[in-house]
Design a protein around this ligand. Structure first.
Ligand code: CTP
Length: 366
């Protein structure tokens, strides 16, 4: 398929996805105000894959937009002026020149649209959180993890059309099925990319490109994963519970690259359960990331610390609470698990959250 055809098909699919109706409002505003804009990140990767190889992804719930502007405050003002058909709120992250628009379509699942101006990142030391400053669009693309995540759909205000901005050959790597970093220091700057490389490799069935693999192994030898906070390390694991696919391959790659040793140390029994039960929590039929995350987490907790029904309500809550607190699982996610325990141990089986209903009935196909 030629790039022109890929572009045509991607645009056609993009304008038909559910959340396009919200994105369009933002895009129109940008165009009216004379700004070029770029749609970037995972959504473009997944759209290209869906048109070139038919690999369908779960429904799009978040989108990243970069607006080619220099003044963050002006963009905040423009975004605040937009009204959506569903309730929405804006969270500003001034320090990172970005803002997140959350649109609540229903109680459990908000759509998230991140809008930012182009940013440049500098890592003061290996594994540090980056210092962010205003940069060019090229800088914004260059700070990303892999070539396949560094493809942008660019709207040019003068030509009034879209093309691909793909300075690192991401589209070719999608064709070759390669996970490739953009520069040699990538895994040192952000060691979580090692875990992301494994997640994407397993999920997409892509190979970690040989030079990238060499740098990954070197970084592991230098123990870079020990340079990031426990919080970030656990967070990447939770991301696998949310977005990961082909978990058996994840486990294999964890072992191959010796990431498993780090997680065994960090997550203890929960990680051993993950290694043993990875096939059982594949949940191919559960398409919703939210449902899949909580089903997987509760299943791992029960198989590590004891079944809710046997532990009884209060015991289960405190056993799981202690475990989850020591594993740095965020409060909101812990609360969903306590809520599930209450449902499971009570006789009321009405108005269950959908994932709890699936969990209890086993209809999620464990
Ligand atoms: N990104 C990055 N380095 C990270 C995290 C994110 O470069 N450590 C960039 C990538 O360009 C990525 C985008 O931010 O595509 C969005 O990140 P995220 O939402 O975590 O991942 P997605 O690519 O959207 O993929 P998925 O939805 O499967 O998590």
């Amino acid at each position: 398929m030629t790039k022109e055809n890929i572009l045509k098909e991607v645009l056609s699919v993009f304008t038909r996805i559910e959340i396009y109706k919200y994105v369009k409002k933002i895009i129109n505003k940008m165009v009216d105000c004379g700004y070029n804009h770029y749609i970037v990140g995972g959504v473009i990767r997944d759209l290209i894959l869906s048109v070139t190889s038919g690999k369908t992804s779960s429904s799009v719930k978040d989108i990243d937009l970069v607006v080619e502007a220099k003044e963050y405050d002006k963009i905040v003002k423009l975004m605040t002026d937009i009204t959506f058909t569903s309730p929405s709120r804006i969270i500003k992250h001034h320090r990172f020149f970005t803002l997140s628009i959350f649109i609540e379509e229903n109680k459990d699942a908000a759509i998230r649209i991140d809008v930012s101006i182009p940013r440049k990142e500098k890592y003061p030391y290996d594994g540090a959180l980056p210092e962010v400053s205003v940069g060019s669009v090229y800088d914004d693309i260059f700070r990303r993890d892999f070539t396949i995540n560094a493809i942008a759909l660019r709207y040019n205000i003068i030509n009034k059309n879209y093309d691909f901005y793909d300075p690192f050959g991401g589209i070719d790597d999608l064709r070759r099925k390669y996970i490739r970093i953009l520069h040699n220091k990538s895994f040192y700057d952000d060691p979580t990319r090692i875990i992301r490389a494994i997640r994407f490799s397993a999920k997409l069935g892509f190979k970690i490109e040989p030079v990238t693999e060499k740098y990954l192994k070197e970084a592991m030898k230098d123990n870079v994963l020990l340079k990031i906070s426990d919080n970030r390390l656990v967070n990447e694991f939770l991301h696998i519970l949310k977005k990961g696919e082909n978990l058996q391959t994840v486990v294999k790659l964890f072992k191959l690259y010796k990431v498993a040793n780090v997680y065994r140390e960090q997550l203890g029994g929960l990680f051993s359960t993950f290694e043993k039960k990875c096939l059982e929590i594949e949940l191919e039929k559960v398409k919703d990331d939210y449902d899949r995350f909580f089903i997987r987490l509760l299943y791992l907790l029960e198989n590590t610390y004891g079944k809710v029904a046997i532990l009884g309500r209060n015991n289960a809550t405190s056993t799981f609470k202690n475990a989850m607190v020591s594993l740095y699982i965020p409060k909101m996610q812990r609360q969903r698990i306590y809520e599930a325990i209450r449902f499971i141990t009570s006789n009321k089986k009405k108005n269950l959250p959908p994932w709890v209903e699936k969990y209890i009935s086993g209809s999620y196909n464990l």
